[in-house]
Design a protein around this ligand. Sequence first.
Ligand SMILES: *Cc1c(COP(=O)(O)O)cnc(C)c1O
Length: 403
Amino acid sequence: MDYDRFFHDKIQALKNEGRYRIFADLERKCGHFPSAVRHEDNALSDVTVWCSNDYLGMGQNRLVRDAMVAAIDSCGAGAGGTRNISGTNHYHVLLEEELASLHGKEAALLFTSGYVANMTALSTLGAQLPNCILYSDSLNHNSMIEGIRHSRADKRIFKHNDPGDLDRLLAADDPNAAKVVIFESVYSMDGDIAPIGEICDVAEKYNAITFLDEVHAVGMYGPNGAGVAERDGVMGRVDIVQGTLGKALGVIGGYITASADLVDFVRSYGDGFIFTTALPPAIAAGALASVRHVRKTQELRDRHQERSETLKRRLKDAGLPVMPSVCHIVPVLVGDAALCKQASDLLLEQHRIYVQPINYPTVPKGTERLRLTPCPLHDDAMMDELVDALVDVWRVLSLQRAA
Ligand SMILES: *Cc1c(COP(=O)(O)O)cnc(C)c1O
């Protein structure tokens, strides 16, 4: 076996398809987000970031930074252990209480990331519940798919956002089997939103519990920023809400919230929770400050939605193919991997605008796109530059315009 040859060929295959990933080497500038400094070949340039998941700019918020610095000064750098063996710090406890209260649940459990939260909670539920069947939306995120796979439970894939198809699958299965329905609220690549209430109706009819990933909604929807389930008045009907501290809340980490017994069960049986070092206390302190601030700051959500609506309108007016998003995410269709990469390169090199290309396997082939994420700090001048730059790139590459 020629190992080096194998690795090299695998990489070359990606390059041939135009979907080899190159990371932009950025230095985020606190106080100037969404501007950043880009490093390339020892040269520096200022760029405007249009694809960050720091949706509300909380990563540079003064309250969050102060809380983190204060916690480092009082508690030190790391947690010093797993949650069970000396690693539980008071900030973890306070943050779990805050998150449970945000989602109107009895309890919450922190994980090192949203990915680990999905993977651990789903693999534990699927492996332990008797004769468990997991029902998964066809567009669920990789972290849920891996959790489902790892559980080794039976699984069914229902058509994306289709309660009728879910009903059909549930009706065909053993009424006595344990069942979990797994879906997201905001699907972040297309920008569509699940019919949460209708999915809960179907799940309740068959005595299934529901697991909802609100990663792209926490902080941004609902009067307290608890997510789309809160906005739609159905939060109490969802059994398990999963979220991240790394996107709109601007820090890192993930969590689930649910009944006290369910959370205690995952705490007690979930390998990805048990066998890993707890988040640093300063991370928990920063996330706590962030949740508290976002909960009571409706202006952030209003401004965020306004920026997104304005950008969609301006792109449409310019004849650019904005995909039909009903949330804050603004996907613009390119439809070809190599062209998508070229469009992104041109934006960066010629216009100092940074938007990462989104290619297969993140989205299906033929639907490659630029995924724009306007935040409250993108001002009108930045939007003018973006629209002009996109129009120019669409012309230079002869890309398909809106139908
Ligand atoms: C980003 C993402 C996750 C993972 O969250 P992290 O905190 O980044 O690990 C989970 N679910 C969805 C839908 C995501 O987009």
